[in-house]
Design a protein around this ligand. Structure first.
Ligand code: CAA
Length: 380
C-alpha cells in the first residue's frame, strides 16, 4: 500500500494552496457578509483549469485524476467554502454526467465551455417535497413532437441563478416510479424556464441557491441525457462522485478552522501562559488533527477507487459522512478555543461553523449516507 502522492498531485495541491491563500481567502469574509457570488474567483479558477478538472483535455477539461481534484478542492474550500461548492457542482454534478452519459454532440455543446469554466452548470434534482426520497419526482416531462414539455419546480439548486445550463430530472412516466425518471440538459434561455426564489442561507452565503421554475418549458428531444427512464441511475451515479466533493469541501472547512484555532491557541494567554499549554485545549487540537487525517484518508480512498474504475458508492458515502460530521465537531470546538472571540465576526471560525452545517445536508443527508452504507453492508 502506498500513501504517497505523486509528484504531479503534490504540485497541483501546492499550486492551488498558494493561489487560494493569495487570491481567495482574503476575500472570503467580505463575499460572505455581502452574500456576493464569487464571480471573480471562478474566472481565475477557470484560467487555472479548476472548473473541469476531471474532464479530458479533448473536451475542454484539465484531464486530472480524482485525487488531484480533491487536493485542489480542499484548498479552495479551506479558503472559501462558497467558492468550493460552486466549483464542486460544476465539476462533478454538471460536467461529470455529461462526460459519462452524453453524446458527442451534447459534449460539444454542453461540456466543452463548462469544463473550460467559461460557462457554469448546475444539477436540479431536489423539489419542494422531494429531498431524501429522490425517486418521488413531481416534475413532469411530456414528449410532443421534437420537444419535451417540462412542468414543475426544483429547489435548493446550487449555482441556479448563475447557471447557463443544468442537468435536470423529470418524470417521463409516473407509473414506473424511479424507472420513469429521465434526465435532461436544460438551458437557462429555454422558453418556460425561469429562476424562482433566491434563498438566504445560514452559511455558504456567497454561493447562489435558488428555485427553478418550469412552466411548459420547451426542451429539444436531443437534450435528453441517456435513455428515457435512465434518469434515476444517472442521478445516483452522479451523486456518488459528488459526495467525494462535498466530503472534500467539509475537509477544507475543518482544516481552516483547525489552523485558525491552533494559531490562536499559541498566541492567546490566560492564567499566565499560552492557552495551547492547557491540556483541555491540547485535547481539542489533537482530536481535530485526528479527525482531519481520518477524513482525508477516507476521501482519498474513495477518490482512488473512482480512478481505478471500482465501485465506490459506499466509500464515497463513508467519506462524506465522516468528513461532514467531523467538520461540525471541529468548527464547534474551534469556536470553543477562541472563546467569546469565536462568536463574533472579527475572526473566521464563526463562518467556518456556519459553512460546515450544509455538508451534513446536501448531496444526501447524514441519514441517507448511513442508509447507503448499511444497504451496501447488508447486501454482501
Ligand atoms: N448508482 C447507480 N444506480 C444506483 C445507485 C448508484 N449509486 N444507487 C441506486 N441505484 C439504482 C438501483 O440499482 C436501482 O435500480 P434498479 O431498480 O434498476 O435495480 C434504483 O437506482 C433504485 O435504487 P434504490 O431502490 O436504492 O432507490 P431508493 O428510492 O430506495 O433511494 C436513496 C435510494 C439512496 C435514498 C436515494 O434516493 C438518495 O440518494 N437520496 C438522497 C438524494 C440526494 O442526495 N439529494 C441531493 C440533491 S443534489 C444536491 O444537494 C446538490 C447541491 O446542492 C450541492
Amino acid at each position: 500500500m502506498n500513501f504517497a502522492l505523486t509528484e504531479d498531485q503534490k504540485a497541483i495541491g501546492d499550486m492551488v494552496r498558494q493561489f487560494a491563500q493569495k487570491e481567495i481567502a482574503p476575500k472570503a469574509a467580505g463575499l460572505d457578509a455581502r452574500s456576493e457570488f464569487p464571480s471573480e474567483n471562478i474566472k481565475k479558477m477557470a484560467e487555472l483549469g479548476l472548473m473541469g478538472m476531471m474532464i479530458p483535455t479533448e473536451w475542454g477539461g484539465a484531464g486530472f485524476d480524482t485525487i488531484s481534484y480533491c487536493l485542489a478542492l480542499e484548498e479552495i474550500s479551506a479558503a472559501c467554502a462558497s467558492t468550493g461548492v460552486t466549483m464542486s457542482v460544476n465539476n462533478s454534478l454538471y460536467c461529470g454526467p455529461i462526460l459519462k452519459f452524453g453524446t458527442p454532440g451534447q459534449k460539444e455543446k454542453y461540456l466543452r465551455s463548462f469544463a473550460q469554466g467559461k460557462k457554469l452548470g448546475a444539477y436540479a434534482l431536489s423539489e419542494p417535497g422531494t429531498g431524501s426520497d429522490a425517486a418521488n419526482q413531481q416534475t413532469t416531462a411530456k414528449k410532443t413532437g421534437a420537444k419535451y414539455i417540462l412542468n414543475g419546480r426544483k429547489n435548493f439548486i446550487t449555482n441556479g441563478p448563475h447557471a447557463d445550463a443544468m442537468v435536470l430530472y423529470a418524470m417521463t412516466d409516473k407509473e414506473k416510479r424511479h424507472k420513469g425518471i429521465s434526465c435532461f440538459i436544460v438551458e437557462k434561455g429555454f422558453p418556460g424556464f425561469s429562476i424562482g426564489k433566491i434563498e438566504k442561507k445560514l452559511g455558504i452565503c456567497a454561493s447562489s441557491t435558488s428555485e427553478v421554475v418550469l412552466d411548459n418549458c420547451e426542451v429539444p428531444v436531443e437534450n435528453i441525457l441517456g435513455q428515457e427512464g435512465a434518469g434515476f441511475s444517472i442521478a445516483m451515479a452522479t451523486l456518488d462522485s459528488g459526495r467525494i466533493g462535498i466530503g472534500t469541501q467539509a475537509l477544507g472547512i475543518s482544516r481552516a478552522a483547525y489552523e485558525a484555532a491552533l494559531a490562536y491557541s499559541k498566541q492567546r494567554e490566560a492564567f499566565g501562559q499560552a492557552i495551547s499549554q492547557f491540556q483541555a485545549i491540547q485535547h481539542y487540537l489533537a482530536d481535530m488533527a485526528l479527525k482531519i487525517d481520518a477524513s482525508r484518508l477516507l476521501i482519498h480512498r474513495a477518490a482512488w477507487m473512482r480512478d481505478q474504475g471500482m465501485p465506490f458508492s459506499k466509500e464515497a458515502a463513508m467519506a462524506k459522512l465522516h468528513a461532514s460530521e467531523a467538520a461540525m465537531w471541529i468548527t464547534t470546538k474551534a469556536i470553543q478555543v477562541f472563546g467569546g472571540y469565536g462568536y463574533i465576526k472579527d475572526y473566521p471560525v464563526e463562518r467556518h461553523f456556519r459553512d460546515a452545517k450544509i455538508t451534513e445536508l446536501y448531496e444526501g443527508t447524514s441519514e441517507i449516507q448511513r442508509l447507503v452504507i448499511a444497504r451496501s453492508i447488508l447486501k454482501n
